[in-house]
Design a protein around this ligand. Structure first.
Ligand SMILES: Cc1cc2nc3c(=O)[nH]c(=O)nc-3n(C[C@H](O)[C@H](O)[C@H](O)COP(=O)(O)OP(=O)(O)OC[C@H]3O[C@@H](n4cnc5c(N)ncnc54)[C@H](O)[C@@H]3O)c2cc1C
Ligand SMILES: *[C@@H]1O[C@H](CO)[C@@H](O)[C@H](O)[C@H]1NC(C)=O
Ligand SMILES: *[C@@H]1O[C@H](CO)[C@@H](O)[C@H](O)[C@H]1NC(C)=O
Ligand SMILES: *[C@@H]1O[C@H](CO)[C@@H](O)[C@H](O)[C@H]1NC(C)=O
Ligand SMILES: *[C@@H]1O[C@H](CO)[C@@H](O)[C@H](O)[C@H]1NC(C)=O
Length: 570
C-alpha cells in the first residue's frame, strides 16, 4: 500500500520556484480511482497487514508491479526516481564502465557536488557493508528496497526580518528541507544575519542535524539547531501537511526538536531564529610527542589541562574542537581550536593566557598565539563532502565530570586508555566541547525532546573508528566488540549520561536510553499516535525496535538487507 505522503512530497520537487513547495498538495481528486494510494486515518489502522513478517523487496510477490510504479509516478508528475548505485560501473554486469569507474575512484571527490547530487549516496560506506555507496553516519537514510523521500531540491530560503511566535519577536528565516549548511552561510553573508548552522558543508539545515540536536561553534551561546525552531512544516504518515509550533500540533513540535528524524513525519520547511552578525575568534593549540614533548605523561597532563580549561571556555559561550591521534612508537598528536563568538582577538588572547601559564608550569612551553577572527556567517563554497568509512561512537560527558577532581582525573584516564587503544586498532579520539544549556536554549528551545545529556554537556567524546575496507563480516564483528570495550571506558565514567545519535553508533547498547534519555517513553507515545502504521522506519529511531534489518552481508548494523520483525509471528 502506498500512502499519499510520498506523493505530496514528490510533487513539491516540481514546484515553481516562486511558490513555496507546500503550496502544492495532493488532494483526493488527484488520487482518483488509484486504490493503492490513500490518505491515512489514525483511527483506522486495519489497512496495514498484521501478518507481514518482512517488508517487501524487489522480487517479492508483495512488491508493486511496474504498472503500479508507473501510476504512482504519473500521479506525482514523473518525479519518481529509480537510481542505480554510482559504483555499479565498477562491478561486472550491464553497467560496467572502466572509464566511469576510474572517474569515481580518482576524480569524483574533487567535483564539488558530485556525491551530494546523487540520491543514492550515503556518506558512511560501512552502513552498506563497505561497498561504495551512503550523509548519515549511522545508516539512517539508506535501506535496501526502500522508498525514500529526497528533499534535496526543497531549496526555498526567505528572510523574515520581524517575526512573532508566542514569546519570540525578532528576526527569523524560513527555509526548505533541502537547504545545506554552505547555503545557510551564504544566506547569512548576503543578509547580514547569524544562523545556527551545521559545521560541515553539505549537512542539511532541517533534517537529521536539526531533529537530533545539531551542534556548531556557536551552540554554547545560542543553543543547538533544534533550539532555533519556531515553526515546522511536516508531512505526517497519514499524508497530510501540518504545521507544528508552540501552539499547534505541540506533540510533533516537541518531538521533532531533538527526538530524531525519519520517524514522526517528513519536514518540508522550518522557521528558525536569526541573530545579528557575530565574529568568531579562534585560538589554536597543537601538542606532539616525542618532540617537542618528550615525556608521554607530560603530554597527557597538558591535554587534561586544556580540557579542564574548556569549562571556562564553554561558560564564556565558546567551543572546543579537538582531536588526539595516536601514532607509531608512543607518538601522539593533539590539535584543538578554541572558538569564541563575539570576542575580539585581544580578548581571546587574554582569556587563554591562564592556560598557557599552567602549561608552562608543567614544562610545556608554547606561545599563546594571536587568534584569528572572521564573521561567523562568511560565504562558503559547497560540496566536497564525500563517502568515507568512519564509524562514529559517541559519549556526552557531563558537567559533573569537570566539577570533581577525582572524577575529572578518572575521565581523563579513560580518554587516555581509549585513545592508546587506537594505536594498534586504527581509531582516534575526537572531543567536541560545547554547552547548549537550557539557559542558552531559551524559549521555546528549552522545552523540547533534546536529550537532557546535551543540556548538561561538557564534552561530546567520540572514538573515530576507521573501518577497514575489505574485512570479512566475522572480522567486522570482532572489531565491533573490541570498540565496545573502549567505549565502555567512557560510559563507565558517565553513568546515566548519553550519546549523540547523529555522531553515534547504531550499535550503541540500550540505544533508547543512550540517544533519548528520559524522553523515550513520551516520544514513543507520539510515534504510535502519529504513525500507527509504522510507515517510517530507520535504525535507532523512536519506535524502531520491533523491526530490524537482516543484512545480507553479515556486517554488524549494516542496512543492506530485508527489514523483518525481530520476533517472528507465530
Ligand atoms: C561532513 C559532515 C559534517 C558534519 N558536521 C556536523 C556538525 O557540525 N554538527 C552536528 O551536530 N553534526 C554534524 N554532522 C553529523 C550530522 O548531524 C548527521 O550526519 C545528520 O544525520 C545529517 O543530517 P542530514 O539531514 O544532512 O542527513 P540525512 O542522511 O539525509 O538524514 C539523516 C537522518 O535524518 C532523517 N531526515 C533527513 N531529512 C529529513 C526530513 N526532511 N524530515 C524528517 N527526517 C529527515 C533521515 O531520514 C535520516 O534518518 C556532520 C556530518 C557530516 C557528514
Ligand atoms: C517517471 O516519469 C518520468 C517522466 O515521464 C520519467 O522520466 C521517469 O523515468 C519515470 N521514473 C521511473 C522510475 O520510471
Ligand atoms: C512565554 O513565557 C512564559 C514565561 O516563561 C511562559 O509561562 C509562557 O507559557 C510562554 N508562552 C508560550 C506561548 O509558551
Ligand atoms: C568583526 O571583526 C572585524 C575585524 O576585527 C571588525 O572590523 C568588525 O567590526 C567585527 N564585527 C562585529 C560584528 O563585531
Ligand atoms: C588529579 O590529577 C592532578 C594532575 O595529575 C593531580 O595534581 C591531582 O592531585 C589529582 N587529583 C585527585 C583528586 O586525584
Amino acid at each position: 500500500m502506498f500512502i499519499a505522503t510520498l506523493t505530496a512530497l514528490f510533487s513539491c520537487t516540481f514546484a515553481d520556484v516562486v511558490l513555496r513547495p507546500e503550496a502544492f498538495q495532493l488532494s483526493r481528486d488527484d488520487i482518483g480511482d488509484f486504490s493503492d494510494i490513500a490518505f491515512g486515518n489514525a483511527n483506522d489502522v486495519a489497512s496495514i497487514d498484521p501478518d507481514t513478517e518482512c517488508r517487501s523487496i524487489p522480487g517479492d510477490p508483495g512488491w508493486p508491479s511496474e504498472g503500479e510504479w508507473s501510476r504512482l509516478n504519473a500521479s506525482i508528475d514523473g518525479a519518481l526516481l529509480k537510481p542505480e548505485p554510482a559504483a555499479a560501473t565498477c562491478y561486472p554486469g550491464p553497467d560496467y564502465d572502466q572509464q566511469r569507474c576510474r572517474f569515481l575512484v580518482e576524480t569524483a571527490a574533487s567535483v564539488r557536488y558530485f556525491w551530494i547530487d546523487d540520491p543514492l549516496v550515503a556518506l558512511a560506506e560501512w552502513t552498506q557493508g563497505s561497498t561504495n555507496t551512503g550523509h548519515d553516519f549511522g545508516g539512517r537514510s539508506v535501506g535496501a528496497g526502500s522508498l525514500s523521500i529526497w528533499v534535496h531540491h526543497l531549496k526555498d530560503f526567505e528572510l523574515l526580518p520581524e517575526y512573532t511566535q508566542g514569546n519570540y519577536t525578532g528576526p527569523a528565516v524560513r527555509y526548505g528541507a533541502g537547504i545545506e549548511a554552505w547555503e545557510m552561510y551564504n544566506f547569512m553573508a548576503a543578509n547580514g544575519i547569524t544562523l545556527v548552522a551545521p559545521g560541515g558543508s553539505t549537512v542539511g539545515g532541517a533534517g537529521g542535524w536539526l531533529s537530533s540536536g545539531g551542534h556548531c561553534s556557536i551552540t554554547s551561546t545560542f543553543g543547538l539547531g533544534a533550539d532555533q525552531a519556531l515553526s515546522i512544516e511536516v508531512v505526517t504518515a497519514d499524508g497530510r501537511l501540518v504545521t507544528a509550533d508552540p501552539e499547534t500540533n505541540t506533540d510533533l513540535f516537541w518531538a521533532l526538536r531533538g527526538g530524531g528524524g525519519a520517524t514522526y513525519g517528513i519536514i518540508t520547511s522550518v522557521i528558525m531564529k536569526a541573530y545579528a552578525p557575530i565574529n568568531l575568534t579562534t585560538s589554536s593549540l597543537a601538542l606532539r610527542t616525542p618532540s617537542p614533548i618528550s615525556d608521554i605523561d607530560t603530554f597527557w597532563q597538558a591535554v587534561s589541562l586544556y580540557y579542564r580549561f574548556c569549562a571556562d571556555i564553554l561558560d564564556a559561550g565558546g567551543y572546543g574542537f579537538s582531536y588526539i591521534y595516536p601514532g607509531a612508537d608512543n607518538s601522539y598528536r593533539f590539535t584543538t581550536s578554541s572558538q569564541f563568538p563575539g570576542k575580539t582577538p585581544s580578548e581571546v588572547r587574554d582569556f587563554m593566557q591562564p592556560l598557557y601559564d599552567e602549561l608552562d608550569r608543567i614544562g610545556v612551553n608554547v606561545v599563546n598565539p594571536t587568534p584569528t577572527t572572521r564573521v561567523f556567517g562568511s560565504p562558503r563554497g559547497g560540496g566536497g563532502d564525500r563517502p568515507v568509512n568512519t564509524r562514529y561512537r559517541s559519549r556526552l560527558l557531563p558537567r559533573e565530570n569537570w566539577e570533581d577532581d577525582e572524577l575529572f582525573n578518572r575521565t581523563m584516564a579513560a580518554i587516555r586508555e581509549a585513545t592508546e587503544g587506537g594505536y594498534e586498532n586504527d581509531f582516534y579520539f575526537h572531543g567536541t566541547l560545547t554547552s547548549p544549556t537550557e539557559g542558552v536554549a531559551g524559549w521555546p528551545g528549552r522545552d523540547s525532546a533534546v536529550i537532557p545529556a546535551w543540556r548538561n554537556n561538557r564534552m561530546h567524546a567520540m572514538l573515530m573508528d576507521l573501518q577497514p575496507v575489505g574485512v570479512t563480516a566475522a572480522e567486522a564483528r570482532d572489531r565491533d566488540a573490541m570498540m565496545q570495550t573502549y567505549m565502555q571506558l567512557l560510559r563507565d565514567v558517565s553513568p546515566g549520561a548519553g550519546s549523540y545519535m547523529n555522531e553515534g553508533d547504531p550499535g550503541e547498547p540500550n540505544w533508547q536510553e543512550a540517544f533519548y534519555g528520559e524522553h523515550y517513553t513520551r516520544l514513543l507515545e507520539i510515534k504510535r499516535a502519529r504513525d500507527p502504521w509504522g510507515l517510517f522506519w530507520a535504525p535507532t529511531t523512536v519506535g524502531s525496535e520491533g523491526w530490524e534489518v537482516q543484512p545480507v552481508d553479515g556486517y554488524p548494523n549494516s542496512q543492506n538487507g530485508r527489514l523483518c520483525r525481530v520476533t517472528p509471528l507465530s
